[in-house]
Design a binder for this molecule. Structure first.
Ligand code: FAD
Length: 553
């Protein structure tokens, strides 16, 4: 029989609720208590933007597991409106304050699990706490923002273009507000490389959101205690009835630091593979901790719900039984919908790979979500990053209107299992015309990597377009009508069908870069040239998508 140990969990949402459920399922005799500062445990933070935007109309649906379920299904004592205020690791005690009465109580524990989450960043400028300046972390925040929107706000400024900022920009625009999105960096979504991120900012602009990239928030102009205008760092003001700060989050470390728990180099609570902190008997999970990154193997902050719930499960079982499987390293796979565009990423971006010192090769594959002969096919672009020397997949990004989630999850699975880029060519994926193609863009990425590995082709990665080899001839093999519609300056135009007859127009001693709309004909041209004595031939992967999107980045 398992021991009747006392397990106390701080934080009752993603990580904490998962830990409580798993602890109960693996130890029927434990006494499990969840301490939650807020009014609700186990609510759907990820659904909050959609509640603000009116896509989720019934607020009750955001309450995933109600208190009765904690009590009746799990036999867990849930104390909402209670805040853990101090940990005594040596004597295994926790001081808990009833926020209703102000009374403190000391709980004893055999195992303590910390799942306090993270806090949204607020810039240290006057007005950042004004009543019409919002962050979005919990239901209370969502209620405030919802009330401001329904209360007649007309103009919103969203500061920060991460996925929460983008979701809110869309939701506020859908509610009829004029929305300005301000981002200090030159692109939206740092989880994407710039050429894919521009697809998302183009969509925002097309839908009427004013997107200001490379412009930071400098301060606020206040009137009667309310922000009336947001001042940008070059001095210009943008009028606002409400402001949303979506600047990212920082791990909530207060309890952990006070208790002397080790904090890791990435700035989260340091844990081992069972989510154990540096103090005996204390575990930590979720946005507050550092996970092991699956690609870099280093510590990483990954404030996402999937890792939080998986870590909660690991910690819950280990706290309850001293056994169970370890936490798997994480990739940070994430996805966001912005109006009609869906964008997702997994693993490392170009910038992150460079920071990690990994030599990276990139592939860009424009394709479609399903067979183009079947009605309704919509374009998508897939990007794969892999290790230049051993071919190991390092990251992937997908942007499109449909079918993005499927490709992203396949790629995340492949990366997680340690696949090489050329392994993608071998994947046995589901296909019928409404769902995909016999040669999915994922396969095409694999073919490209395989061709290069076998020496059949050498491709020009998107990030190499800015530094072409000296004396390069750029051969555009598109048809005349395609060129007229979408010119590519400085290229030699020979349509693919005429190439064999017009080889004399090219100098076989100089490098040739082949280019077409999506990459396929460029590859065909490269194969012709290589087999006809051209020594240095490179195929532009991603075709005109890369040509337009990548140059200058
Ligand atoms: P939380 O879920 O935040 O729970 C922490 C809880 O601890 C809080 O309720 C807090 O009140 C409580 N607490 C803190 N300190 C104390 C204390 N001292 N005493 C008592 N209670 C305390 N992730 C995705 O993967 N996909 C998404 O689409 C997505 N969308 C999101 C949208 C929004 C608006 C937000 C805010 C987050 C979103 N996330 C998303 C992130 C995801 O919600 C978090 O990664 C996840 O909730 C983290 O879980 P956690 O348990 O660490 O923290």
């Amino acid at each position: 029989m398992t021991s009747p140990r006392r397990i106390v969990i701080v934080g009752g949402v993603a990580g904490g609720a998962s830990a409580a459920a798993r602890a109960r399922r693996t130890n029927e005799h434990a006494r499990i208590t969840v301490i939650e500062r807020g009014a609700h445990a186990s609510f759907a933070n990820c659904g909050l933007p959609y509640y603000v935007g009116g896509e989720i109309t019934d607020r009750e649906r955001l309450l995933v597991a109600r208190p009765e379920r904690f009590r009746d299904w799990l036999d867990v004592e849930l104390r909402t409106g209670h805040e853990a205020i101090a940990i005594d690791p040596r004597n295994r005690r926790l001081v808990v304050r009833d926020l209703g009465t102000g009374r403190d109580e000391t709980l004893e524990w055999d195992r303590l699990i910390l799942a306090p989450g993270a806090r949204p960043l607020r810039p240290p400028v006057p007005g950042a706490h004004a009543p019409n300046v919002f962050t979005l972390r919990d239901l209370h925040d969502a209620d405030g923002l919802h009330a401001a929107v329904t209360g007649g706000a007309r103009r919103a400024v969203v500061v920060g273009a991460g996925y929460i900022g983008l979701e809110l920009a869309e939701m506020l625009a859908r509610r009829g507000l004029g929305v300005t999105l301000v981002e200090r960096l030159p692109q939206v979504l740092q989880s994407l490389d710039p050429e894919l991120a521009s697809v998302v900012s183009d969509e925002l602009r097309r839908r009427g959101v004013c997107v200001r990239l490379g412009q930071g928030l400098a301060g606020f102009e206040l009137e009667g205690g309310l922000v009336r205008s947001v001042t940008m760092d070059h001095g210009e003001g943008v009028d606002a009835d409400l402001v949303v700060l979506a600047l990212g989050v920082r791990p909530d470390l207060r309890l952990a630091e006070d208790a002397g728990l080790a904090i890791g180099p990435a700035g989260g609570i340091r844990v081992d593979e069972y989510m154990r902190t540096s103090a005996e008997g204390i575990y930590a999970v979720g946005d507050a901790v550092e996970y092991t990154h699956a690609v870099t193997t280093g510590p990483a902050l990954v404030p996402l719900a999937g890792p939080a719930t998986r870590a909660g499960r690991v910690a819950g079982e280990h706290a309850a039984t001293d056994a169970g499987p370890p936490m798997a390293p994480v990739l940070g796979t994430s996805i966001v919908r912005v109006f009609g565009v869906v964008a997702g990423s997994t693993g490392l971006t170009r910038r992150q790979a460079a920071t990690a010192g990994l030599p990276v090769r990139e592939l860009l594959v424009p394709g479609h979500d399903h067979a183009t002969y079947y009605p309704g096919a919509s374009p998508l672009v897939l990007k794969v990053l892999y290790h230049q020397e051993d071919g190991r997949l390092l990251g992937a990004q997908v942007v499109g209107r449909n079918g993005v989630d499927k490709r992203l999850d396949v790629l995340a699975t492949a990366i997680g299992l340690g696949a090489r880029a050329d392994h993608l060519a071998t994947l046995d994926l589901a296909y019928a015309p409404p769902f995909g193609a016999a040669r999915d863009p994922i396969h095409v990425a694999g073919f490209l990597a395989e061709n290069e590995r076998r020496g059949l082709d050498r491709f020009l990665a998107p990030n190499e377009l800015d530094a072409l080899p000296a004396g390069a001839q750029i051969l555009d093999v598109r048809n005349a009508d395609e060129r007229a519609a979408d010119p590519a300056d400085g290229t030699i135009a020979i349509p693919l069908g005429e190439l064999r007859a017009r080889l004399a127009e090219l100098d076989p001693t100089r490098p040739v870069i082949t280019l077409c709309k999506g990459g396929q004909r460029a590859y065909f041209a490269s194969r012709i040239l290589r087999q006809r004595g051209f020594a240095d031939v490179r195929t532009t992967t991603g075709g005109m998508v890369a040509w337009h999107g990548c140059r200058g980045h």
